[in-house]
Write a protein of this length. Sequence first.
Length: 48
Amino acid sequence: MNALDIILIAAVAGLAALAVMKLVRNKKQGRGTCGCGCANCPTKCNKG
């Protein structure tokens, strides 16, 4: 494994971590993962 591989793996892992953090933050704020909010969600994503 060379330095470029390590840098690319770290970048992909960092982006994945940021995506997960955003999903968690949205969930805590009551927004769904679809981006439209859960108030009028036909699948009732805010229940459960």
